[in-house]
Design a protein around this ligand. Sequence first.
Ligand SMILES: CC(=O)SCCNC(=O)CCNC(=O)[C@H](O)C(C)(C)COP(=O)(O)OP(=O)(O)OC[C@H]1O[C@@H](n2cnc3c(N)ncnc32)[C@H](O)[C@@H]1OP(=O)(O)O
Ligand SMILES: CC(C)C(=O)C(=O)O
Length: 520
Amino acid sequence: MTDQNRVYIFDTTLRDGEQSPGATMSHAEKLEIAQMLDEMHVDIIEAGFPIASEGDFAAVSEIARQSKNSVICGLARAQIPDIDRCWEAIKHAKQPRIHTFIGTSPLHRAIPNLDMDQMAERIEQTVTHARNLCDNVQWSPMDATRTEHDYLCRVVEIAIKCGATTINIPDTVGYTAPRESADLIRMLLERVPGADKIIFATHCHNDLGMATANSLAAVEAGARQIECTINGLGERAGNTALEEVVMAMRVRNDIMPFSTGIDTTKIMGLSRRVAQVSGFAVQFNKAIVGKNAFLHESGIHQDGVLKNVETFEIMKPADIGLNENNIAMGKHSGRAALRAKLADLGYEVGDNQLKDIFVRFKDLADRKKEVFDEDIIALVQDAAANTGDDYLQVKHLRVVCGSDGQSADLTMIVGGEEKTVHSTGDGPVDACFNAVREIFPHEAELQLYQVHAVTEGTDAQATVSVRMQEEGRIVTGQSADTDTILASVKAYVGALNRLIVRREKTGKDSDAKQISMYSH
Ligand SMILES: CC(=O)SCCNC(=O)CCNC(=O)[C@H](O)C(C)(C)COP(=O)(O)OP(=O)(O)OC[C@H]1O[C@@H](n2cnc3c(N)ncnc32)[C@H](O)[C@@H]1OP(=O)(O)O
Ligand SMILES: CC(C)C(=O)C(=O)O
């Protein structure tokens, strides 16, 4: 393996991933994910789109300041104010990168209403401007896979001449296929003067389910940067999944002799955390990180695995940070076992956090016969999502349901003040949500209400996800409990707490200032 076979991993979970409707992350969550990506040795982190909002600017700036190893990149349109704002945000990073883009296909050229020559001139001006600010500049012809080849060669050549050091070739709408993806990179390498001096990147979307294959095909043809997200998070059908391309190159290194710098044992921890903060659960049969990816239920498979694990497993669970240790957790377990289990699951917790999680764990163990790893993960995530110092807190809930009707008696703490209501509805969840609305009136629209059983059995915990929207702000809330209705109310209230914080950040109303005294 030579250095020429080193593939750089560019993670855009915090920018393209966060663009998924409903995947909005809080400032603190973005910093935490960025730190985890840095520790996993992602080469480049695209931290956000600084001109998009004050919140994005603040998150990118802080990620730039805290970064240790990774290059920190910000996105900017082909506009001077965007590029200046991006530079302001990233300039404190040890290794900053400006990523500027414009749509070059016929359909996309029509958006800013520029003809081919005007667009070429805009690319020349903006890439030159970016390069005058920063010596690490990435340029993307958005919708490259639907751009005329001659024009693509022309604009890529301009960007290289103006100082771009990475040229990204996006398949913006997930339209290409593996052979075409490879041919496009080969064509650019052959035809564009100076192409051998820069790095070509591939940025694929998964609309036809081919993002991983298309990215790997581009690498085979000479691309040396893959743009991807954790769990394949991203708009529509998502982006290329980081875990898939990294593990594919590792497991099939015989036919794809490429290396990355990724510490693959961090994959599972990041996957779980991104699923939690984005509110996008990972499908059970998702490659690499799905709950069933290493499970064998049919007899022939179990027999094979018991005789030789390689019969049905092409990689080791430990390679992606999945633990196989068998500490059984239950009501008789102590703090040491819980701490060890948490560490196995990828959670390093401080003493105070451990104390809090231990109380919740004992409470769960009293109510549930067996406490599985999934229960502990749900419990830790619930503890992180629903803290004791939120503006809205659920204090007491009593629900009546059955053939005679449904009602809820709910007591909540609202900014330190206790309020109780009695409410009815079409079903117990509806009655509870009506009660929350009576206590805390709001116009936010409930867009999603989803319940998942964490494990099997009637005593299983339910994880509830809620997504709400108010004036373009989208927030999510999650909670887990063996009581599905209680988890539903806590998830709903969790989303409202996030909305309160978002209102305050965007200065929605004067109430928000007052509210900020109570919310974190
Ligand atoms: C494929 C991708 O992932 S691209 C990234 C997409 N991500 C996002 O859009 C998320 C962040 N976006 C935002 O917050 C907003 O769209 C902003 C702040 C960037 C712009 O907001 P607004 O000024 O209100 O513009 P709006 O969103 O309505 O329209 C986009 C404008 O940008 C222009 N534009 C779009 N892309 C580019 C580009 N790459 N370079 C230059 N101009 C562009 C459009 O032509 C349009 O301007 P026009 O109305 O003068 O024609
Ligand atoms: C900004 C560009 C790289 C993008 O996200 C896309 O084309 O999908």
